[in-house]
Design a protein around this ligand. Structure first.
Ligand SMILES: [Zn+2]
Length: 211
């Protein structure tokens, strides 16, 4: 059996570092500059993968990547070892969002769970966005409304420049009193997931709503 020793976030970290390495190789022929970049990459990868014994092998392979074809092959092999986001059943999803009267279900067959740190889908009809996190063998839901306006900006989740929209969640405190939380997030949650190596912002948000 293939050992699933990499989290999706770690896999994405390696992907980003590979891109950085290839960009540096394209930009310079200077050996010292390249070695300096390799040093930075090595530190970052090791920091993200402290408990993984094969990290040195992974780095050696990464630094042998020379073009798009070998990059693809390297990532394909590595992806076999990625522990995917657990696929929820539609019944799980209905239970998680049982307060939603007209819940739109996601097209799970379109999701690559080995590239997913948070599961998200929107309902354009109602301007609702649904998010599921998986933590400690449990799913955690988050739902809110999204603004129709698209804005070029920085996404609160992945911290990258992208086309975003305001996502607002609301929590009842007592009676008619609500606490709102709003942030601009990527419209394209598939791309947002690819940008992500960790989801601390999302986890904090979910925690705040669950309290
Ligand atoms: Zn994003």
């Amino acid at each position: 059996m293939t050992e699933l020793f990499l989290s999706v976030g770690q896999f994405h970290k390696i992907k980003h570092m590979l891109q950085k390495f290839l960009n540096a190789k394209k930009a310079t022929n200077d050996k010292d500059t390249l070695l300096a970049v390799q040093g930075i990459i090595e530190d970052e990868v090791k920091q993200a993968m402290t408990h993984i014994h094969s990290v040195d092998n992974i780095l050696t392979e990464l630094f042998h990547v020379s073009d798009a074809t070998s990059a693809e092959l390297f990532l394909m092999q590595l992806k076999q070892h990625v522990s995917p986001f657990p696929t929820p059943e539609l019944t799980d999803i209905k239970k998680l969002f049982k307060k939603e009267k007209k819940l739109k279900l996601p097209a799970l067959e379109d999701v690559d769970f080995k590239e997913t740190l948070y599961l998200s889908w929107a309902d354009v009809g109602t301007n609702k966005q649904y998010i599921i996190l998986a933590k400690n063998d449990e799913f955690h839901p988050l739902s809110g409304v999204v603004d129709a306006k698209h804005i070029k900006g920085v996404c609160a989740f992945c911290k990258r420049h992208s086309t975003t929209r305001l996502f607002t969640t609301k929590k009842k405190v007592s009676g008619d009193l609500y606490v709102k939380n709003s942030q601009y997030i990527c419209i394209d949650s598939t791309q947002c997931n690819l940008n992500l190596t960790e989801i601390d912002v999302l986890e904090e948000w979910v925690e705040k709503m669950e309290k």
